[in-house]
Design a protein around this ligand. Structure first.
Ligand code: ATP
Ligand code: MG
Length: 557
């Protein structure tokens, strides 16, 4: 590192940008996030969004939202709307909303210009012929027999293609670049193909549509994008990107590539995610197990956590796989600060405090969020009949050093309540515990404890009469393989237990006021978010995430 490298913290994109600002090439940065509206955005896109918007923010520039809508058969207005909602949800405001389809006229004119300059020709070869003539990186392509078509003929044919006078697949427009280039993309790449599908914005106006390489860079130029940030798979497209800038003499946007986000146990490909939806492996794009932003929102992942995750990942020049545990960490980190605590019992068993007066309901003060004083306190009803979780009681518990919770004759504290002692229990014929009996010690009330009693275990509980019933949807990873994209068929690695539904959970009554999308922590359990299918008569929570990484722990065993 040279002594001039006084800003070692800049990433390579920032270095390029600062270089271009310093040299006076630009005085303002313009970036864009360019999704194709052929599906909903996933966590990988979140990274591209964060990179583009944060660069613009950092250098006092602007980031636009551009829909790269050049494949009419796969694109839909629903996806356009979904993408806008997702970017907004992440907290970003874009400058303009732009569509590559708005440039179809300009792109067509540029193609005509290339034809007139002798730099593009209409090729009638079949796809098979073209691929047979392609050669290899070390062996040049064989020129198409149509490569030297006269300009007038090319112009006439290309116009006819546009007007729908030729069948799909019968002709393409190709650039005349270099048939000997070791970069196969430079060997007379296709610029336009014939398609007769209606486009979601331009209808049936066009019968030719530009290829990615003749649309993306040109759109960047039209919009004066200073830094076109894209993923590494476009690195070998850069020479072509620059060739068009030179040949068309258009605004010189600079393409910079960074590594895609690959996440363990996760698929980040819209095409494959669409397949999961179409084949019914999930209930839709917003199934809370999906890695889409719309699903993460439904599940209760805070947008701030996703942005913070993307920032922690940073930008790299080499592809790698990021551990999904880092995303989970970011979610817990954020929810720990923001989610109110409540008591919820997923697998309830009744606890009767036999020496507590019947019919008496006392209000216990509970702290909403120990991480946030401003969140205040709430009153929780306490009574003779409570529910605790089945897993908090053992008939024959191991030594109190290993199991702090309840068992015959054992004492525990009911958090915000009293210390109780188990005095008995009942079982059904299958051996399931159906009732636990206890006595409480009136002088052990939390905050006013004068007993001097010490217990190790503290349990959460809800008052039986006041508790509300809820359905809880527990999610686990959708894929069992660390890199599911590697499987021949991604469905082979689907986790059959990725969803389990708990009915009849008992939650403290304060949750009745929660709105769709609100997240709370069930103490000692995890974070839970009200699902969109929740109603007054059927409260439904999604488990957003467990408190600790129980999954990784169970794998180690
Ligand atoms: P997919 O294969 O999922 O359809 P894509 O790259 O075709 O992905 P686009 O809609 O074209 O999807 O992507 C919009 C932008 O998001 C592009 O700049 C693309 O490079 C970027 N992007 C897509 N997936 C990722 C990812 N996993 N990590 C980082 N950026 C991504
Ligand atoms: Mg794409």
């Amino acid at each position: 590192m040279s002594s001039e490298d006084h800003k070692p913290s800049l990433n390579f994109i920032e270095q390029f940008i600062e270089e271009d600002l310093k040299s006076g090439k630009h005085d303002k940065i313009q970036t864009r996030f360019p999704p194709e509206p052929n599906g909903y955005l996933h966590i990988g896109h979140a990274k591209a969004i964060v990179v583009n918007f944060e660069m613009a923010k950092k250098y006092n520039g602007n980031c636009n939202l551009r829909f790269d809508d050049t494949n009419p058969e796969k694109e839909k207005v629903d996806y356009v709307d979904g993408i806008k909602a997702d970017v907004k949800w992440l907290g970003y405001k874009w400058g303009e909303t732009l569509y590559t389809s708005d440039y179809f006229g300009q792109l067509f004119d540029w193609a005509v210009q290339l034809i007139k300059d002798g730099k593009a020709y209409v090729d009638d070869q079949t796809a098979e012929e073209m691929s047979a003539n392609r050669g290899t990186p070390s062996e040049p392509s064989k020129p198409s027999p149509y490569r030297n078509r006269p300009v007038e003929e090319n112009l006439r044919l290309f116009t006819e293609m546009k007007e729908g006078k030729h069948a799909e697949g019968s002709k393409v427009l190709r650039a005349k670049v270099d048939l000997t280039s070791p970069n196969m993309l430079m060997r007379d790449p296709a610029l336009y193909r014939i398609k007769n599908n209606a486009h979601h914005r331009t209808g049936t106006e066009w019968h030719v549509y530009p290829m990615y390489d003749f649309a993306h860079g040109q759109s960047d130029s039209i919009e004066h994008v200073t830094h076109s940030l894209c993923t590494l798979e476009f690195e070998n497209h850069r020479p072509l990107y620059e060739w068009f800038i030179k040949e068309l003499d258009i605004y010189p946007s600079r393409q910079i590539e960074f590594a895609r986000l690959n996440l363990s146990y996760t698929i980040t490909s819209k095409r494959k995610l669409l397949k999961l939806v179409e084949d019914g492996h999930v209930t839709g794009w917003d199934d809370p197990r999906m890695p889409t932003l719309i699903a993460m929102r439904r599940r209760g992942f805070p947008p701030k956590a996703i942005v913070s995750f993307a920032q922690k990942v940073g930008v790299a020049k080499r592809n790698n796989i990021i551990d999904v545990a880092l995303l989970e960490f970011s979610i817990r980190e954020e929810l720990n600060k923001t989610a109110n605590r409540v008591f919820g019992v997923l697998n309830p068993v009744k606890l009767i405090i036999e020496n507590y007066p019947e019919g008496k309901v006392d209000m216990m003060k509970a702290v909403n969020n120990p991480e946030d004083e401003t969140a205040g306190t709430r009153d929780m009803p306490f009574s003779r009949e409570l529910y605790i979780d089945r897993s908090d009681f053992m008939e024959n518990p191991p030594s109190p050093k290993k199991f702090f919770r309840l068992g015959p004759d054992r004492e525990v504290r009911l958090k915000y309540g009293y210390i109780i002692k188990c005095t008995g229990y009942e079982k059904d014929t299958d051996g399931n515990i159906t009732l636990i009996k206890a006595e409480y010690f009136p002088d052990t009330r939390s905050g006013q404890d004068t007993s001097g009693k010490k217990v190790k275990g503290t349990l959460s509980w809800v008052s039986a009469k006041e508790a509300v019933d809820a359905e809880i949807r527990l999610y686990d990873r959708l894929f069992l393989e660390e890199n599911p994209a590697n499987s021949e068929n991604i469905t082979d690695s689907l986790n059959p237990d990725s969803l389990s539904i708990v009915k009849g959970a008992k939650i403290e009554p304060s949750v009745a006021n929660l709105k769709m999308g609100e997240t709370v922590q069930f103490e000692r359990q995890g974070y839970f978010t009200i699902d969109k299918e929740s109603s007054e008569s059927n409260l439904v929570f999604n488990r957003t995430i467990t408190l600790r990484d129980s999954w990784a722990k169970s794998q180690k065993k």
